[in-house]
Design a protein around this ligand. Structure first.
Ligand code: PLP
Length: 376
């Protein structure tokens, strides 16, 4: 038992909490007087559906608590994907659901496993739960099922797999995801984070609905922040086995999703025309930007998402850090990815036509060592 003399003089967070480096979001500002193109947080360049904006604006009974069960939204999601609404739980962005998943299934003495360049929130979620984060190496910036399975120990409780992954933009085929699930002990929860699923145009890709339907140890997480353009409202959802949904419901905030968020998300998921337009925009500009940047001599990791991981030469005057400064001055805000162990790269979101063209023009000048001078 601690004595009064040995006790701290003020409240002290748990040691694992102090191991967390707080998440640093993508930047959103540039020099004064420069038009900003924010390409740092994988947001939707088309914005949300006008119907979602109208629904948001009509949610004016701000004195009332929202529906704590997100009933209408769960029903709208279920109708869209052919799911059981009782097996869906909505959250304040999928971030909240990632945190709750770790908190419900892992704690001190346990391990939470994910891939080398996996989404940063997995580490935060593990440490916040008091569990130890464990990282499996990747091959060519792709999650490696063999490496993940080799890293599973007696202590593993949760495996997070972003498919496709942020910040790499790569994916693994559904057969590989199934192989991962088959290789895990039945008490280990596989959390498939499919934040970018809608952008993927590959026949061998599946977000995970089928696996959740057939396996008691798989959940899938989705978000309204990306294809639906509602990042400001913070809405995400989880589809999982009844026992997992029950556990997450026990520990989530009673009224976690706001009424304007719920209203906008229902309208967004029902506006399939807007979703199709966002997909079509990405299908045009993702290959275009990828080819143009490659033609400038940069290495671009093949992406199936709405962003690209761009690798810069390790040559003074051409580095990722210098490119970031050069681009920022000219209003092009990209994402440094040093915190993902990728100091030689920048992540760029597919933007509007104007932003994409400007990016290529400015990077061309940067790679040629030219000053564009006009801050364009
Ligand atoms: C892989 C991945 N998962 C989850 C999220 C979280 O999304 P949100 O909390 O906005 O739903 C992001 C956001 O960037 C992401 O890239």
């Amino acid at each position: 038992m601690s004595t009064a003399a040995s006790r701290p003089t003020r409240p002290v967070p748990r040691a694992s909490v102090l191991e967390i480096e707080a998440y640093v979001p993508g930047k959103s500002h540039a020099g004064p007087g420069v038009k900003v193109h924010k390409l740092s947080a994988n947001e939707n360049p088309l914005g949300p559906s006008p119907k979602a904006i109208a629904a948001f604006q009509s949610a004016t009974a701000l004195e009332l608590y929202p529906d704590g069960s997100s009933t209408k939204l769960r029903e709208a999601i279920a109708a869209t994907y052919g799911l059981d609404p009782a097996r869906i739980v909505c959250g304040t962005g999928s971030d909240e659901l990632l945190m709750l998943t770790a908190a419900a299934f892992a704690g001190p003495g346990d391990e939470v496993l994910y891939s080398q360049h996996g989404f940063l929130v997995y580490r935060i979620a593990a440490l916040a739960a008091g569990a130890a984060p464990v990282v499996a190496p990747e091959k060519d910036y792709r999650s490696d099922v063999d490496a993940l399975l080799a890293a599973v120990t007696e202590k593993t409780r949760v495996v997070f797999l972003a498919n496709p992954n942020n910040p790499t933009g790569t994916y693994i085929p559904f057969d590989e995801v199934k192989r991962l699930q088959r290789g895990l002990p039945p008490h280990v929860l596989l959390a498939l984070d499919a934040a970018y699923a809608e952008y993927v145009r590959r026949n061998d890709y599946e977000a995970g609905i089928e696996l959740v339907a057939t396996c008691p140890n798989v959940v899938m997480l989705r978000t309204f922040s990306k294809i639906h353009g509602l990042a400001a409202l913070r809405v995400g959802w989880l589809y999982g086995p009844a026992e997992v949904v029950d556990a997450v419901n026990r520990i989530r905030g009673a009224f976690n999703v706001s009424a304007p968020g719920l209203a906008a998300a229902v309208a967004a998921i029902e506006d399939t025309g807007h979703v199709d337009a966002a997909i079509a925009h990405n299908e045009t500009w993702l290959p275009w930007l990828s080819q143009e940047l490659t033609a400038l001599g940069l290495t671009v990791t093949p992406s199936v998402t709405n962003f690209l991981l761009v690798h810069f030469p390790d040559v003074p005057g051409r580095t990722a850090k210098e490119a970031d400064a050069y681009l920022s001055q000219r209003g092009l805000i990209l994402r440094r990815v040093d915190s993902y162990g990728l100091p030689g790269a920048l992540r760029v979101t597919i933007g509007t036509q104007e932003a994409n063209r400007l990016l290529v023009e400015v990077l061309k000048a940067f790679m040629a060592g030219r000053e564009t001078g006009d801050g364009a």
